[in-house]
Write a protein that binds this ligand. Structure first.
Ligand code: GTP
Ligand code: MG
Length: 196
């Protein structure tokens, strides 16, 4: 798929304040600093579209970006880090409300840093998505930090641990915002869903 146009539309503090034009939506979530905003900019080839930062906790609202005037990319606040307990629980309510209520959400991409062992917080989150019937896929980020074979073995090991709970594993992608790895695969996956 070719992205000709990507524009910021709105930062919403709750699902109720998100755009109501009923276009298909693809949201990105994961632990703070995993690379959500960077991946969105890489997919859109639009530097500065989503705000990135080396300090975790940059994205604090539900951000909608309209793509080709047809569908939305949604940048969600990260989980697992917040300046205070109050902010953390506010963000959790915001994300949970969005994920459970957003009818037009076609796929939630759960981002995982490819360098690390599976973290409990990610596992609990993925299990919760499965229990709630949310369509999702796993996106491993920062693959440029490892050799190709190490990246692949880390990703498959992570995915295989899901087999103890889940019969059908979600799709997964290995990406890097630094060298654009996985861009075509992710965009083709989105296009496939949009066409169905
Ligand atoms: P929050 O909004 O704070 O939750 O973070 P985020 O998940 O949106 O992460 P962000 O895109 O802001 O990136 C966090 C840091 O990781 C930044 O310093 C990025 O430059 C770096 N980063 C993101 N993606 C990659 C990648 O693919 N490769 C490398 N090497 N660094 C990356
Ligand atoms: Mg961000």
């Amino acid at each position: 798929m070719i992205i000709n146009k990507s524009e910021f539309v709105i930062s919403a503090p709750s699902v109720e304040r998100c755009p109501d034009d009923n276009k298909p939506e693809y949201a990105f979530i994961g632990r703070s600093n995993v690379g959500k905003s960077s991946l969105i900019n890489m997919l859109c080839q639009h530097k500065g579209l989503a705000k990135t930062s080396a300090t975790p906790g940059k994205t604090l609202l539900i951000n909608h970006f309209l793509i080709n005037d047809e569908w939305y990319i949604v940048d969600l606040p990260g989980y697992g880090y917040a300046r205070s307990k109050t902010t953390q629980s506010k963000l959790q309510i915001m994300n949970t409300g969005y994920i459970l209520k957003r009818q037009q959400l076609c796929c939630l991409f759960v981002l995982i840093d490819i360098r690390h062992e599976q973290k409990d917080i990610d596992r609990r989150f993925v299990d919760w998505l499965g229990e709630n019937g949310i369509p999702f896929a796993i996106v491993f980020t920062k693959a440029d930090k490892l050799t190709q074979s190490r990246a692949f073995s880390n990703a498959t090991k992570w995915m295989n641990t899901l087999k103890d709970t889940w019969e059908n594993l979600p799709p997964f992608f290995i990406t890097s915002a630094a060298n654009r790895k996985g861009r075509e695969e992710l965009l083709n996956y989105i296009e496939e869903i949009n066409n169905n």
